[in-house]
Design a protein around this ligand. Structure first.
Ligand SMILES: [Zn+2]
Length: 123
């Protein structure tokens, strides 16, 4: 009986270690980060685009609004009241360096990759 308990304890420890690795892994990388700029200034950092659930948020600029959505490591503009609607027609961005631009609203969405380091907004 005590042998079984030992096995149970060992098994429990392995499960805990696995969980720890999974949780740590989610914080340390493997997620895609995007920066949103409005008028050349850093407006918002979206640190984890890799969501199962569709996420959306609204950006208000002095020129109009953009609704940004992200899911499964991709980000896109789902709605905007800008004149040319170019941003809405952009392909979903998912790779580091990809950008989506809404020129009329001066909004830029930039994928900065998985190893995100905080950069000074002024640079
Ligand atoms: Zn636009």
């Amino acid at each position: 009986m005590s042998k079984n308990l030992k096995w149970a304890a060992a098994f429990g420890a392995v499960v805990l270690i696995c969980l720890g690795v999974i949780i740590f892994g989610q914080f340390s990388g493997g997620t895609t980060t995007a920066e949103i700029y409005v008028d050349g200034k850093l407006y918002k950092v979206v640190e984890d685009l890799d969501r199962q659930q569709l996420q959306s948020f609204r950006i208000e600029t002095e020129h109009g609004y953009n609704i940004i959505s992200y899911q499964w490591g991709k980000i896109w503009v789902s709605e905007s009241d800008c004149a040319n609607q170019t941003c809405v027609k952009y392909a979903k961005a998912s790779l580091a360096g990809e950008t989506i631009v809404c020129a009329p609203h001066r909004v830029v969405i930039k994928i900065v990759g998985t190893d995100y380091k905080k950069v000074d907004a002024a640079t």
